[in-house]
Design a protein around this ligand. Structure first.
Ligand SMILES: Cc1cc2nc3c(=O)[nH]c(=O)nc-3n(C[C@H](O)[C@H](O)[C@H](O)COP(=O)(O)OP(=O)(O)OC[C@H]3O[C@@H](n4cnc5c(N)ncnc54)[C@H](O)[C@@H]3O)c2cc1C
Length: 345
């Protein structure tokens, strides 16, 4: 089993709405430091499956790092496997296998003013960011939150309580489809332009995110100030993959060479030009951190310290990250004969 997989115990199950639950988790003392997290990050949960052994799904932490316990909030997806399994089967005392927190949907500073836009279950990282900025930072927070109706609005009461507690720093705007129809570009732009903010965080279904993004562009918000967390089910399963060496690639004259610094050790391998770095590491039995292998989660971030590389996709990174040499191992290919990479992020 990978060193990044841990068992956590479900302490409490809270029904939030008719189709969503919060799982409050207990982490054992010896792995508590491995579960330090930043607001906006997620856990990856192993859900047993009779056909494939298991599936892996990401769930954003709805708790804030200053809360006493970690919590994730899951909304049933119609026809979906894992979300329904979790809502139907998990009870207080259940154990879950999870990967350590990861993700890059995290504010660079808690002192900047943020616009947080969510629809449906997209509220989970937004709630964590809002609570953390309010409790630990000085930034002002606007939450623009779309739902079908009041009853299906996750955290409606908690947001109202926060608004009372931080009346001078938090504004919550609910967009209820039953009252206003589906959010439109013009409608969202009209709401957003009445507020001032530094950075924007968007989370929700693809349709909502693209409307919100167009609305933001239409009123002149630069793309580099907008962060997005896209909810989708993982196609790969980091719980079932093995890190046992399958195709060792010793250094060879006709391949570039990569020296990798990871977990306090250095390793040198041949790096075939069309093989992403993560594959090279896993093939050589290195327990590198990863979740999605699709560039969305940012778990395999590392730094190019020497040499030249390129990325196939870079969804989880900002232009600023890339300028600083940060790269995603699952997407990185060599461009020079010698490369030095450090897992130091
Ligand atoms: C970083 C991140 C954070 C996330 N955070 C949260 C969160 O906080 N809360 C939350 O609720 N979700 C969150 N998600 C989404 C979550 O990971 C799952 O994608 C979601 O729970 C649906 O998973 P599922 O197994 O229930 O659905 P799936 O079984 O993956 O199904 C998804 C959809 O595909 C359809 N489908 C399934 N199988 C087939 C098939 N064979 N043919 C055709 N259609 C099919 C289903 O009907 C359903 O509509 C997050 C995702 C990411 C990437």
């Amino acid at each position: 089993m990978s060193a990044y997989v841990h068992e956590v115990r479900v302490r409490e199950v809270i029904a939030e709405t008719a189709d969503s639950v919060t799982l409050v988790l207990d982490v054992s003392d010896e792995v508590t430091p491995r579960f330090d997290y930043e607001c906006g990050q997620f856990l990856t949960v192993r859900i047993p499956s009779p056909t494939t052994g298991s599936v892996a799904r990401c769930y954003s932490l709805s708790s804030s790092p200053h809360d006493p316990h970690l919590a994730v909030t899951i909304k049933r997806t119609a026809g979906g496997y894992a979300s329904n399994w979790l809502c139907d089967n998990v009870v207080p005392g259940s154990s879950l296998e999870v990967l350590e927190p990861s993700g890059t949907f995290v504010p660079a500073s808690l002192d900047r003013d943020v616009l947080l836009c969510a629809a449906g279950s997209g509220i989970t990282p937004i709630m964590s960011i809002a609570k953390t900025v309010l409790a630990r930072g000085a930034g002002r927070v606007i939450v623009l939150y779309a739902n079908q109706n009041r009853e299906s609005t996750i955290f409606h009461r908690q947001l109202a309580e926060l608004e009372q507690a931080y009346a001078d720093r938090l504004v919550v705007v609910h967009w209820l489809v039953d009252e206003r129809g589906l959010p439109t570009v013009d409608g969202l732009a009209a709401e957003i332009r009445t507020h001032t903010f530094d950075d924007v965080f968007l989370c929700g279904p693809a349709g909502f995110m693209s409307e919100a993004h167009i609305a933001l562009s239409s009123i002149g918000v630069p793309a580099e100030r907008i962060r997005r967390e896209e909810y989708r089910s993982l196609e790969s399963n980091p719980f079932e993959s093995s890190t046992t060496a399958t195709q060792p690639t010793p250094p060879r004259g006709d391949h570039p060479t990569v020296e990798v610094e990871i977990n306090g050790e250095n390793h040198t391998f041949a790096w075939p030009k069309n093989q992403p770095l993560l594959d090279v590491l896993l093939d050589n039995g290195i327990d590198a951190p990863y979740v999605c292998r699709e560039s969305i989660c940012g778990t395999c971030v590392c730094s190019v310290r020497k040499g030249k590389t390129r990325m196939l996709l870079s969804d989880a990174l900002t232009d600023e990250d890339i300028d600083m040499g940060v790269t995603l191992a699952c997407q990185t290919l060599p461009e020079s004969d010698e490369v030095y990479i450090a897992f130091d992020q």
